[in-house]
Write a protein that binds this ligand. Structure first.
Ligand code: GTP
Ligand code: MG
Length: 275
């Protein structure tokens, strides 16, 4: 009986939350790449991390001054750390999500990407799975940049982020200055590069509150293309209206969980269960 009680305590104590590290990716760059506005990566992250209407902003422009680019939030990187949030799936599984957004910051004096020449192109860079950035702070909103000390300061744990899976964003609204072909080409290349990482991916359509029916059909064709073998799941979202945002991240967590389940089985003697 004592043993059983001990065992129970042990099991309860080690019932640690599941960490799911997500990278949000999608068409990014200067205006000539993405058109008059972005595809909705930041708004999706904002709605997921801080879903109440008071905390939701739609201005997360990537146009930055030199000093904001080198401040501790952007930290001279082309990604944002959005922090950590706990969510519960419909089946009652609790997940702790950590989220980064892979983007491309643009210098507001030259309108060119920062570090332009030295970098890999976005479609290659955004699928990195081992990411490091010492002392990087969580991003909250645009007005935080430059006055970081006036906001909650949360550091990227250990300055490291290992990606478990990707949310690849596709904007299904019509944006001036961006063709559907451009977005299809970029997203196809990103998906191909994600495939080489062997990490799971969910395709998230954004701005469904302003959807264009032809764009929706194009995305459906894209994910069922032979080269992706197994069709990539699609989740249709609107960050502005908070539709299906949690569902997109939880769908990815479920796929990751199954992956983990498969790799975690260890022989009895090698397991680290010790009283
Ligand atoms: P970059 O990081 O600069 O590449 O852009 P992004 O992909 O992060 O796009 P962002 O989230 O900044 O969204 C750009 C704009 O799209 C926002 O300022 C909104 O005006 C609009 N937008 C984003 N989400 C939605 C949505 O759910 N519905 C509608 N109608 N518009 C949206
Ligand atoms: Mg953004």
């Amino acid at each position: 009986n004592t043993f059983c009680r001990l065992e129970k305590q042990y099991v309860q104590k080690t019932d640690i939350p599941r960490y799911i590290n997500v990278a949000v990716v999608g068409l990014s760059g200067a205006e000539k790449e993405k058109g008059a506005m972005g595809v909705g990566k930041s708004c999706l992250c904002n709605r997921f991390m801080r879903s109440s209407s008071n905390d939701f902003e739609d201005d997360h422009s990537s146009l930055l001054s030199n000093s904001d680019f080198s401040g501790r939030v952007v930290n001279n990187d082309n990604f944002l750390y959005w922090g950590e949030v706990i969510k519960t799936s419909k089946e009652g599984t609790e997940y702790t999500f950590r989220v980064i957004e892979q983007t491309e910051f643009i210098d507001d004096s030259t309108f060119q990407p920062f570090n332009g020449v030295k970098m890999d192109p976005y479609i290659k860079r955004c699928v990195a799975t081992k990411i490091e950035s010492a002392e990087k702070l969580m991003y909250i909103c645009r007005s935080q940049l430059g006055i970081e000390e006036k906001f909650e300061q949360k550091v990227l744990p250990f300055g490291k982020f290992n990606v478990d899976g990707f949310l690849c964003v596709f904007d299904v609204s019509v944006v001036p200055g961006r063709s559907i072909e451009k977005q299809l080409e970029t997203v196809t290349n990103i998906l191909k590069n994600i495939k080489t990482t062997t990490k799971p991916v969910v395709l998230v359509t954004t701005k469904n509150d302003e959807l264009n029916e032809t764009y929706v059909q194009e995305v459906q064709k894209l994910v069922s293309r032979n080269e992706f073998k197994k069709a990539i799941p699609i989740v249709e979202t609107s960050a502005c209206l908070n539709v299906n945002v949690d569902a997109a991240f939880i769908a990815l967590a479920h796929i990751i969980d199954r992956f983990k389940g498969r790799t975690k089985i260890v022989p009895y003697l090698e397991s680290d269960y010790r009283l």
